[in-house]
Write a protein that binds this ligand. Structure first.
Ligand code: 26Q
Length: 768
């Protein structure tokens, strides 16, 4: 895109003058962000409207997702426009360091992997000219902000991300739609966020819905001096999109969550029907000819009955509407864990969306007629995943091994009946944010070595292997060292912990969950600590073990793991005997922006879930792209990474899916505890007072060794995989030397989105 940076600077200055009456150098970071954002929005407006118009009559795809974890937009937008460096220079000449925008908060409208994937997909679609738009919810509060108290406990604070404004969206009140519930009708007001592609003039759109009341103020109540009641309707409507649910692994049957999902579904489909009629007229049987809709997990699955309802309202009969819905929708599954699958009690659902329940019942009746062994409704509970497989064209998993498990286990009966519907689409990441933006130093080096723009075609990074020699290894190490220094100053500022950039940086960053086994990692660190003190690890290369993770606020065990890691960190960091060998740090409020500092500095990437539990993982890809070696199990996308990466970049340990299946029936965790003295000593610190602990760690101890209630001991096989994990961890530590660690093949979301476009949505890129 040919943008005039000088104009953007001038517009920024003008905005600052007439909205805040300040000059460039007087402006706060927030004022500067607001003004610069508005200037960029002006600069792209022509391209944005041209992109929309050109596509009006074409077949398009829509991504419906309850979450978009887009992170901070200001740098990535300037980067994708190709003007980040020039704008930095221009501002610097005027005495303003654009680094002050590091204070600007992330857009954290998502929990983790699934939400970040949605954001990567939008970036990739825009950058590869694939006609894809996103629909989502504009939560007033995004994912909570995390800090740790003196106890090492997680403390949550509301994330009021728009408090200084939001320059990256336009409110489009004229496209507001109404959403009906039995007790009230609310407005869904769209906010449009431009999705700026890299190396293209194409601008995509993310449309986020915000709930508002039809009548903000009840004047009768107001006149009666009943001020609370006067605002009742306003609050009740705004409550729906007030806050993002902070769970990412256990499903909770909450009324408000149904309301959110229904607003997302109904508003998006009403909007699509409106644009369909504008472009193609009133013959809605043609809807699926022009629109393909991807459901990001089952969170938007009510879209299926809602489309059927809307089409019937327009005069179609059930069978016709069913047929259109089936051709329109496809569903992506992101988990194999039963407790995460959405199962709505019909009574609860009926009290919120009665007409939707009626339609689900009709769909279920049709299914049971065709296939008596399959079900959507059972025991008065609606299984949203089954609904999505039945009324959809395709269902996909997010890594090869995950898709195989869907076929073999989760949807076995469905796969027998509809084998042609099942596909794999291995996740990917956008190389723009995850190397171009966060690691400009490494980007410059790779560009020079492989020639051509690997940010547009990540496959050419494979050419790097022809360039591994003493000189490139030295350059790579200098860059890694620089990124560690940069991270050290961030960590010093944010956490008050001093780290040494000469240490190995061993990193585990992802949501906190038992299955992700942060506890396995820290137990091994405790073991290493004791061994170091005994002088049993003479050639140990000094290492920082860095953790970043948020726990769902109601997930007691995950919170107990956080407290334990923090207390272990305090013990180790205060022990002068290991000061030159070992540091542990758990950073607060791990989010997209923190990731952009941590990932380029990592040497070792911990991907240690038991085989068969992590659907894909995407952090694994980001770390590999920045030259970290993977310490991981054969789980999720690790399997595909391992196949391609070259064994020098991979430390694989632990049981495979097959081996776990075999071991499970007779697995006895306590047997391992009894025979492995080092492991026993580490586990005992959960209860023996070496580390200050509480009932939470006592519960962890028993969950590992005894199980509780119906839960088996060591559900996630920490003890079973322990020895091979420790061996691999120490091997990686010993091997650490000067080398250029680089996956030969990296997984780009450009490739993923191309595969969705051609194999699921049947759409082609459109050039401008
Ligand atoms: C559901 C109902 C009620 C409240 C919350 C939820 C909910 C919200 C978010 C359930 C799950 C999530 C998020 C899941 C998620 O992030 N899964 C991850 O998706 C990534 C992208 O495919 C994969 O790489 C990860 O393996 C997977 O864990």
């Amino acid at each position: 895109m040919n943008l005039n940076c000088v104009n953007i600077l001038k517009w920024t200055e003008a905005q600052l003058k007439y909205t805040c009456d300040v000059s460039l150098t007087e402006a706060t970071p927030q004022e500067l962000h607001e003004a610069l954002g508005q200037a960029v929005m002006m600069a792209i407006s022509d391209n944005w409207s041209r992109s929309k118009k050109t596509r009006m009559h074409e077949r398009k795809a829509y991504y419906i997702s309850a979450e978009y974890l887009i992170g901070r937009l200001v740098y990535s937008n300037l980067f994708n426009l190709g003007i980040l460096d020039e704008m930095k220079k221009l501002f610097a000449e005027r005495g303003v360091d654009l680094a002050v925008l590091e204070d600007i908060e992330d857009d954290a409208l998502g929990n983790g992997g699934l939400g970040r994937l949605a954001a990567c997909f939008l970036d990739s679609a825009a950058s590869t000219n694939i006609p894809l738009s996103g629909y989502g919810l504009r939560y007033k509060f995004g994912l909570f902000k995390q800090s740790f108290d003196g106890n090492g406990s997680q403390v949550e604070k509301a994330d009021d991300w728009t408090k200084y404004g939001d320059p990256w969206s336009y409110r489009r009140y004229n496209h507001t739609v109404k959403i009906k519930f039995p007790e009230h009708t609310v407005l869904a007001v769209p906010y449009d966020v431009p999705v700026i592609g890299y190396g293209t003039s194409n601008v995509g759109t993310l449309r986020l819905w915000q709930c508002e009341a039809e009548q903000e103020l009840d004047f009768n109540a107001f006149n009666d001096q009943d001020y609370l009641r006067a605002l009742d309707a306003k609050n009740k409507a705004e409550d729906i999109t007030r806050v993002l649910y902070p769970n990412d692994s256990t499903w909770e049957g909450k009324r408000l969550r149904i309301k959110q999902q229904y607003v997302l579904s109904s508003a998006s489909l009403q909007d699509m029907l409106r644009t369909f009629k504008l472009a193609h007229g009133n013959d809605l049987t043609q809807f699926s000819t022009y629109y393909a809709v991807q459901l990001n997990d089952t969170h938007p699955a009510m879209s299926i009955p809602e489309l059927i309802r809307l089409l019937m309202q327009e005069g179609m009969n059930f069978d016709q509407a069913f047929d259109v819905a089936q051709k329109t929708f496809s569903y992506t599954n992101h988990t194999v864990m039963g407790e995460a699958l959405e199962k709505w009690p019909l009574d609860l659902m009926r009290s919120v969306v009665p007409e939707i329940v009626d339609i689900i019942c009709q769909i279920d009746a049709k299914l049971k007629q065709e296939h008596p062994n399959l079900f959507i409704i059972r025991d008065n509970v609606a299984h949203m995943a089954n609904l999505s497989v039945y009324v959809g064209s395709y269902v996909n998993g997010v890594a090869e091994i995950h898709t195989q498990i869907l076929k073999d286990d989760c949807f076995k009966e469905w796969y027998c009946v509809y084998p042609e519907r099942f596909q794999n689409k291995t996740n990917g990441i956008t190389p723009r944010r995850w190397i171009g933006l966060c690691n400009p130093e490494l980007t410059a080096m790779v560009r020079e070595l492989v020639g051509g723009d690997f940010l547009k075609d990540l496959d050419i990074i494979g050419k790097l292997k022809d360039h591994i020699n003493d000189e490139t290894v030295t350059r790579f190490n200098a860059i890694k060292r620089l990124k560690k220094e940069q991270l050290c100053s961030v960590v010093a500022k944010q956490e008050g912990v001093m780290l040494n950039p000469d240490f190995i940086f061993d990193v585990q960053v992802k949501r906190l969950h038992e299955y992700k086994r942060q506890l396995l990692n820290i137990l091994a660190v405790v073991d290493i600590y004791f061994r170091l003190k005994e002088g049993r690890l003479p050639d140990f290369h000094p290492t920082v073990y860095l953790f970043g993770a948020k726990s769902a606020p109601g997930y007691a065990r995950a919170k107990a793991i956080i407290r334990y890691i923090n207390r272990v960190a305090r013990m180790i960091n205060n022990d002068p005997a290991v000061a030159d060998k070992l540091k542990v740090v758990f950073v607060q409020n791990y989010n997209c922006s923190y990731a952009e500092h941590i990932i380029p500095a990592a040497d070792i990437s911990e991907q240690i879930s038991p085989a068969g539990t992590e659907a894909s993982g995407t952090g694994n890809m980001k770390l590999m792209l920045n030259g970290a070696v993977t310490l991981g199990t054969l789980d999720g996308a690790n399997v595909e990474i391992a196949k391609e990466a070259g064994h020098e970049n991979e430390y694989i340990f632990g049981h495979t899916v097959e081996q776990l299946r075999q071991a499970e029936p007779t697995y006895y965790a306590r047997g391992i505890y009894d025979t492995n003295a080092d492991l026993r000593r580490a586990i005992n610190t959960l209860v023996d007072g070496t580390v200050p602990t509480d009932d939470g760690q006592r519960d962890l101890f028993h969950s590992l060794l005894d199980g509780s209630g119906w839960d088996k001991a060591d559900h996630y096989f920490l003890l079973l995989d322990y020895q091979s994990y420790l061996d691999a961890k120490l091997q990686a530590n010993r091997d650490y030397a000067d080398r250029l660690a680089f996956g030969r093949k990296c997984l780009s979301s450009d490739r993923t989105i191309r595969q969705y476009a051609s194999e699921i949505w049947h759409i082609k890129p459109t050039q401008y």
